[in-house]
Design a protein around this ligand. Sequence first.
Ligand code: GLN
Length: 488
Amino acid sequence: MSSIVGLSLSELLEGLERKTISAREATRAYLDRIAALDPRLGCYLRVDERGALASAEAIDAGRLRGEAVGALGGVPVALKDIFVTEGLETTCASKILRGWIPPYQGTPARKLAEAGAVLLGKLNMDEFAMGSSGENSAFGPTRNPWDLSCVPGGSSSGSAAAVAASLCAAALGTDTGGSIRQPASFCGIVGLKPTYGRVSRYGVVAFASSLDQVGPMTRTVRDAALVLEAIAGHDPKDATSLALPVPRYRDAVGRGAAGLRVGVPAEYFVAGMDPVVEAAVRAALGVLEGLGATLVELSLPHTKYSLPTYYLVAPAEASSNLARFDGVRFGHRSEGVRDLGEMYERTRAEGFGPEVKRRIILGTYALREGYYDAYYGKALRVRRLIADDFARAFERCDVIACPTSPTTAFPLGARAGDPVEMYLADVLTLACNLAGLPGLSVPCGFSPSGLPIGLQLLGPALGEEVLLQAAGAYEAATDHSRRRPPLG
Ligand code: GLN
């Protein structure tokens, strides 16, 4: 591995700022590694070599002239293909959007560019972010860099695998029910889902609008803090974005864990959980205690309803959001049809994959007249109870610690035939989204076969700093984040 791609984002940034590394050199190093390794991994749906080199050269020139080039000036990054990028095809890994070249720039992409980050390309994902393994991409699966026969998790599959394999210095993902944290856990990286509303979703293809949130996926906790600083903040183009100042998140990373009250929810250590995962997470709790934190046993009694609640709310909202993909304005349009109705029908039948169709059908059913109150309305009431559990818990603790996923990465194909089995991969990440809270996954160990395990930290609304503080202290006391997959 070339020395440049072996650096964390923060280390690379230091070299760029001291001018011992140029943005062009860093971009070239990542492009070369993508060319060498990505045919095996399937992280990228498209690489923008020309655009990346051109923006790297512009950053280098600006830096030589002494201009401010932004907080991430020259850092090569990549985006999940759900982020709208002006002039660069955006597909959500769906055939229905193939060929769509957005005429505008989404806010997360724009903010990264304004911070001087260099966009290497667009990353693979589960189609429309529906999935937990990356296998629902219409353009082929991504493989886990730690074991090519295993899935990287999903839906931000390409983002997690690319960061883990050093095919970019950082990536953005989206998290509606765990899609940043679960793949981060499966790939041994840091993934942070901010508070609902913390990051603008303008120019992020909507899945379930009351749950979707954008966040960083990085190799270290400090890197996640730097990226979050660059993308967070109010955006007049997203009515749900919070009009609050953005803290200097990096300052939280080195604060240590002394005095933190760490809640341990009984319901997150579920029967059927892989004992290797449980042992690693319990050991991590011990590390936090050793750093001066106090463990607080607590209960989140409505946790068991998260899965059914999420799988009503998310498909219901998806069925409405995805109505816009009908062949009229975006991407694929079926040819040789007799009338408009047939055009809609055939375009959608040809364009959407099986999981997306399943969600649209489930969601449409749940929203039908006469059923709304029994299903969607009830799910919203349960959602309130789940949020209330957390509100009570955070009266007694500063941060909650638990596993991110009940298992390590599973083999490709192992769950692909059974949707419910696949949905169970998210059982520990969904409540956080339903309550709108921030959550983070940080590497906390490896299985005997070398697959990563993630520690999940959950915080109160706008508690990103306490998550970064606890994760930063834990990371500094252990060496899991320094281990890299055996790819050469
Ligand atoms: N795996 C979950 C789903 O399939 C979560 C997806 C996400 O967070 N985007 O819906």
